[in-house]
Structures are given as C-alpha cells and as structure tokens.
Design a protein around this ligand. Sequence first.
Ligand code: F1P
Length: 340
Amino acid sequence: MVFNAQSISPNLFGSEAEKVFFQTKSILILACGTSYHAGLVARYWLETVAGLPCNVEIASEYRYRNPIADPHTLVVGISQSGETADTLAALNYAKKLGHRYSLAICNVPESALIRQTDLRFLTRAGPEIGVASTKAFTTQLASLLLLTVTLAKMRHKLSAQDEQQMIMTLRHLPMALQHALQVEPQVRIWAESFAQKRHALFLGRGVHYPIAMEGALKLKEISYIHAEAYAAGELKHGPLALVDDEMPVVAIAPNDQLLGKLKSNLQEVHARGGELYVFADADSQIAQSENEHVIRLSEHAGLLSPILHTIPLQLLAYHVALVKGTDVDKPRNLAKAVTV
Ligand code: F1P
C-alpha cells in the first residue's frame, strides 16, 4: 500500500467517497478467512476511534440469514483476490436487502469485487504468490486503519492534532514492521518444538483476539497443525480441559489495558502444567520462566499493535512448515481464490 498523504481524505477511497461517508451511520463488513479476521480487528478501531457501530459477518453464512438492512450502513467487502464467491454473493445479498453503498478493500484491480462495488481501496500488496494470505492481511489492516481515521475525521472525532499524530503513526509503520521482523531467529527456535506437536491453542484479548485467530489459521493452513484460537476469558468455559504438557498455548500479550486480565488467564494455563509461548511487548510486565517462553516486540505500538503482532505469528507458521517440510506456498486442499 502506498501512503504519502499530508492529510487524510475520503478521496483515498474514490471520488464518490465523501458523499457516501457523510451518510454513513454504521458499517457492515463481509469477508472470508483471513480477510474476515482483518474485519474483526477493524471493528475495534471503528467503534473506538470513529464511534461507528460495526458488524462483521462471515460472508459464507451471511446470505442464509435475514438481517435488517439500513441504507445508511456502508457495506465493506474485504478480499485479497476479489474473486471469493461467498464474499461476492454476500455483497449482492446485502444490496438486495436494501443496503445502498459498498466499498471494496482488495488487492486485485481487475477483480469482480472491484467491478461490483461503489467505492474501492486497492491494497497494492503486490501478487500473493502463496495460497495463504500474509502480506495481504497486514495491508488490509493498514487500509482499514486509514478508513477508520478518515471516518473519524469526518465525524469530528479527531482534532487536527490527533490527525497529524495518526499520520505520523501510519508513517512509522514500515519501520515498526522491520523491527518486528527481527524476532525471526527466536521464532525459528520455537518452531522446532512446535513441529513435534499435533495441536495448539492461541489466546488473545480485545483487538488482539482476531490476531490470535489469524495466527491459528496460518498454523492450520501451512503447517497442518490443529490450532484453535480463543478469547482468553473463554478458557475457563471449556478449552481449559484440553491443557496439558502436550498442548502448547500461544498468547498475544501486548502492554495494553487488558494485560492484567490476560495474565490471570495465563496463570490458569500454568496451574494445569501447560507450556506457554508468549508474544509480548518490550514493556509488557511478563516474566520468562521454565514453562513460559517470551518473545518481545518493541514498545507497545498502540493502534498499530495488532498489525505488528501478526508478524511473529506468520513467522511461526512459516518456520513450523519449513521444519515439517510442508509446501508453504501450495498447502494441500486449498485454492488461492475460492471461486465456487
Ligand atoms: C479468502 C481466503 C484466504 C485464505 C485462502 C482461501 O480469500 O479464505 O483468507 O488465505 O487463500 O481464501 P480472499 O477473499 O481474501 O481472497
């Protein structure tokens, strides 16, 4: 994605965008797989920064429900390929129900999704060679953050000073991602022991819960390890029964306001003899111990944190796949674009 703006404007999303954004009172996001996880992250941003109600639906299920449409709801379709049949069908269904305007966040300019939507934001991540979305995911997140900031600005939720701060934050993203990539040698060591496992649990809270979901999906897709993600507070409602020394538990533990709560969930894993693999920030108050391994990114990155915490999770899936000798670019049974 190319972002050189001095100020953030609706024009980033096409010439019609200003008119549509002024009328927008809520957001409906439709997507599948990794793109769905990007939508779940965006919901936190849209609610918190732009003060907009937001609903995120799995596109493959949406058309089997009878939701109430609202012409002031902007429908956002997210898709790397822009050819995912369920996402296209869900957008059509939303239109039929009475939703008026749609926006595509997509990587492929000539795709069906781009043709069928009113507004568009091209992520320009370059071709995704592998089947599993990786750079498409981080660019989708960056695009959704830009959308959030644009809507927040138009809704007067952002002062000029806040906007400048946000632009600085977005400009800082490439460098912050470079730093995040530096944890690769540590992740490679973890991958050796993960490759021996058959199952894994991923835990996150708040905006990092969908990041845990994406980490689990990547491990499944390219390493063929059964992985499930839970909101950490859900542990005691069932999954805790699975925890033993054969079940690695990966936790996303940034230094945010939910860290204290997350730590008490991790304590429950500890007490059952589980082995913890924690992705923390440099300033997260988390101590390494015999059964608790910690990899730290740089200091807590605020709104950018979910984007940065994606990197070590993608690296983990990648290195486990390399150790296991699976094909990282062409995982069995999966297609790049699911067009049926
Ligand atoms: C959705 C998706 C990808 C996944 C795989 C199959 O694709 O589920 O997230 O990695 O490629 O399709 P898209 O709608 O984002 O192109």
